[in-house]
Design a protein. Sequence first.
Length: 61
Amino acid sequence: MKRSYRGVILLSVVLFLNIVCTQNVVNHYFHEKYELVLVFALLNVLLFPLALWIYKKEVRR
């Protein structure tokens, strides 16, 4: 089963965005900016199904 570069790159980008969102959640929580904590936490939760969708699409190829 051969992986395409596009799938690997897209999954890497989604993983990078998850790391950025998680870091922003921690930083904004430390500075007590709770509205931004909720925004970045929601983005983090929404990125997970996107990663699953990309992975399942690439497995079928």
